[in-house]
Design a protein around this ligand. Sequence first.
Ligand SMILES: N[C@@H](CCC(=O)N[C@@H](CS)C(=O)NCC(=O)O)C(=O)O
Length: 132
Amino acid sequence: MSNSNVTLYHWEPNANSGKPMLTIIEKGVKFKSHYLDLLNFDQHKPEYLAINPQGTIPAMVHGERVLTESTAIMEYIDETFDGPALMPENPVDQLRVRWWMKFLDQWFAPSFSMIGWKIFVGPSVNSRDLKN
Ligand SMILES: N[C@@H](CCC(=O)N[C@@H](CS)C(=O)NCC(=O)O)C(=O)O
């Protein structure tokens, strides 16, 4: 694995967090993993908002540069680091990749996320004493 100065801020290695994580592992780039517990709302704490004011994960720090948006981070990783090229060379195949990424980012992931927060995060948070 090549050395880098990369920290990935993520939750479980799934969904939006999994996208840059899979990409960086495929490229063989070493990175520091910084886990945030969404059920503990770590993503809304001041120390993380100083990195990504949107309060969402993933975020990636490369040197001084802060990167957000999982699909854009994937393309950045592919273009910036050595390792196997992950974007196909053929323009038609590139279009297919971008079509699916846009569909996921714009429609599928936000819709799926609503269901996830309703059936998973909501019940967990509702059972807490919010005064403490
Ligand atoms: N379009 C963004 C979406 C980021 C996003 O919404 N991430 C979710 C987790 S998968 C999140 O951080 N939710 C926490 C919150 O909204 O408080 C991306 O692809 O990076």
